[in-house]
Design a protein around this ligand. Structure first.
Ligand SMILES: N[C@@H](CCC[C@H](N)C(=O)O)C(=O)O
Length: 266
């Protein structure tokens, strides 16, 4: 019997899920890298290991495609929640999921969308990122993980995000996810993102929350609601004083078994 897996995505931010209720899998960095590799593995932006702790809710052990560990993943937690419901491990509706950034409240809706409580989106200062020799001013936002959201009039579609945007390591000693944002109208934003530990992805849930917090900050507001268009679809974000929510689709599309010999050789 090989290692069970599922594949899923939230607005095309895609993940391999590894159900591991008893915490028996040895999820090494090289295994994560191989799973996420789009040529020699299944291909994904990250891995979600599904663990049942002795106490508390199901825990999302999130890894970036390069094998690094991140505190939080907004699209990942929505796909994780969809899996828990589909597997009959929690009822449709409201429940909690544990993450490294703390416990997150989830509402799994009947139409397949999931709302995740993302905790506070804290604006911590300003900084800048450089792409193609051009400097973009940004707002640093912590959503459990670090972000630099750069509002710009340059159409985000025109940016080359193949390389990591240069940023200030003194401000972001643990690295940073960098968002580039166009304001389309009141409460309507467009974002592209370069994720720490992954590269450009088609969506980033925590990045969309950081984007809305930065947009509100730029207009002198602390709370509000916006839709965020990403390459993989659209999500809705609500930012409040001490919390925020992210709503969007969460899709499971495949399940199967990894070849045990392939896994053992990694
Ligand atoms: N795609 C995720 C964020 C994943 C973690 C990020 N790359 C980091 O290292 O902080 C999301 O949907 O939030």
């Amino acid at each position: 019997m090989g290692v069970e897996f599922l594949k899923g995505h939230g607005t095309e931010n895609d993940f391999v899920l590894l159900p591991d209720p008893d915490g028996l899998l040895d999820l090494t960095e090289s295994r994560v890298r191989a799973l996420c590799d789009r040529q020699r593995g299944l291909g994904a932006d990250g891995v979600l290991r599904v663990v049942r702790p002795d106490f508390g809710p199901w825990f999302m052990d999130y890894r970036n495609a390069d094998g690094s560990i991140a505190e939080m993943c907004g699209n990942g937690v929505r796909v994780f929640a969809r899996y828990l419901v589909e597997a009959g491990l929690v009822p449709l509706g409201e429940f909690a999921v544990g993450t490294r950034a703390g416990q997150r409240g989830i509402t799994a809706h009947e139409d397949g969308t999931v709302t995740a409580d993302m905790g506070p989106a804290r604006v911590t200062g300003t900084s800048s990122a450089r792409v193609g020799g051009v400097e973009f001013a940004g707002v640093a936002v912590n959503v459990g993980n670090p972000h630099l959201a750069c509002l710009t009039e340059t159409p985000v579609a025109s940016l080359d995000l193949r390389d990591q945007p240069a940023h200030d390591p003194a401000v972001f000693p643990q690295g940073v996810n960098v968002e580039f944002v166009n304001v389309l109208g009141d409460g309507a934003l467009r974002m592209r993102v370069h994720e720490r530990g992954v590269g450009e992805t088609r969506s980033c849930g925590t990045g969309t929350v950081a984007t809305v917090a930065a947009w509100l900050h730029s207009t002198g507001q602390r709370t509000g609601k916006a839709t965020v268009d990403v390459l993989g679809g659209q999500v809705t974000v609500v930012v409040e004083e001490e919390s925020s929510t992210l709503t969007g689709p969460a899709v499971l599309l495949a399940r199967g078994e990894l070849d045990q010999a392939w896994w053992d050789a990694l």
